[in-house]
Design a protein. Structure first.
Length: 92
């Protein structure tokens, strides 16, 4: 794996754990539970869209390195959940 991919993966995990830690410190009420459910639903939809798109990319470009596809799936799952929580906290 190239150096920038390694740093991108480590930075993504750091951001995810930081947001998860800060999210765990919030008071859990009905609004927070609704935000969490809506965020996970949106993150699931984003992950499925990324999986479908990446499957198409691999079908049409079989010479592509699979590490990029795996890293893109991880990024879609992590950032999908983080950005969905931020979006629903701002919206609700």
């Amino acid at each position: 794996m190239t150096e920038w991919l390694r740093w991108f993966a480590l930075l993504s995990l750091g951001i995810y754990f930081l947001v998860d830690y800060l999210d765990g410190r919030r008071v859990n009420d009905e609004r927070e539970e609704l935000i969490k459910l809506k965020a996970l639903e949106l993150a699931h939809k984003a992950s499925m869209a990324a999986l479908t798109a990446l499957a198409g990319v691999l079908f049409f470009f079989p010479w592509m390195n699979a590490q990029f596809v795996i890293l893109a799936m991880i990024a879609a799952a992590l950032y999908g959940e983080v950005l969905a929580k931020v979006y629903y906290r701002w919206r609700l």
